[in-house]
Design a protein around this ligand. Structure first.
Ligand SMILES: [Ca+2]
Ligand SMILES: [Ca+2]
Ligand SMILES: [Ca+2]
Length: 277
């Protein structure tokens, strides 16, 4: 696929990949503090529907969605697990997580019984204060998309994430899969150094639809607060996720797809009327 690179460093990259003709526009930056990645984050926001504010929960009329973890209630944050469907049920934004590990944690705010930053105050720094996100006992988080608040499968056209404490190149990666499960994009996250921040996002440039995102966070894992899976490898956690509005997936058997055209036409008409309003 052709990768068009739009980053603070304006590094252009052209890679050969399995899905011929696919074009993903890449946004990437890394550095020691939030200022190092904020301009690239803002460029990504502009590319998927600008403005400071993401859409409200539920269906959000084409506005992008962001998850910064900071609004997660204490009862769903460290030391309690974050339900995998929290951001489609409790706070319906159309994203459901899965991992081969033991679940997910959102880090505690200061003053709670659990330590801040998963007990690694000398390793991690937040981008958006102050909660971070990690899978437990795994370096893999898969993100699947749904029409917000429903079990109807959806796809998106853009996804980005902020990674924390990426110190080793080519171990922390982001990969997109289409509805058939084919990989349509894969890229390593730039290293930001100890307590540093890294931004990586990509926007579909030729109508590609992203059904699932796989985030691989370093080679190490967090087993519990202050406890790593091993003493040597790079541990990485995550802060903000940003993505375009998940829309209903349309890859259905031909008969069903034909039957659904009328409904789709109705929905498009409704959307058009809303835009006119
Ligand atoms: Ca945060
Ligand atoms: Ca570190
Ligand atoms: Ca690290």
């Amino acid at each position: 696929m052709n990768l068009i690179c739009k980053s603070a460093g304006a590094i252009a990259a052209l890679l050969l990949a399995p899905a011929a003709g696919a074009a993903l526009i890449v946004f990437e930056a890394a550095g020691t503090n939030a200022a190092a990645i904020t301009p690239t984050r803002d460029d990504f926001r502009a590319a998927v529907g600008g403005g400071i504010n993401a859409g409200a929960n539920g269906s959000f009329g084409g506005l992008r969605r962001e998850i910064n973890w900071d609004g997660v209630p204490n009862g769903f944050a460290d030391a309690s697990a974050l339900p995998a469907d929290f951001f489609n049920v409790n706070s319906p934004r159309g994203a459901v997580f899965s991992t081969p590990g033991a679940g997910f944690l959102v880090s505690a705010n200061a003053g709670q019984s659990a330590p801040i930053l998963f007990g690694f105050a000398n390793e991690f720094a937040a981008f958006s204060a102050q909660r971070l996100f990690t899978a437990v006992s795994s370096n893999i988080t898969d993100v699947s998309f749904f029409v917000p608040g429903t079990t109807t499968a959806a796809t998106t056209s853009a996804f980005a994430a902020i990674f924390v404490d990426v110190e080793v190149a080519n171990q922390t990666t982001m990969e997109f899969f289409d509805e058939s499960g084919s990989s349509i994009f894969a890229r390593a996250v730039l290293a930001g150094g100890n307590q540093g921040l890294s931004f990586l996002g990509a926007v579909a440039g030729a109508g590609e639809r992203i059904s699932r995102v796989r985030l691989t966070s370093g080679l190490n894992t967090i087993v519990a607060n202050g406890v790593l899976g091993n003493p040597n490898d790079d541990v990485v956690v995550m802060d903000d996720f940003l993505y375009a509005e998940p829309r209903r997936a349309v890859s259905e058997p031909a008969g069903i797809a034909l039957a659904g055209l009328g409904l789709l036409g109705g929905l498009l008409g409704l959307r058009r009327r809303r835009q006119d309003a």
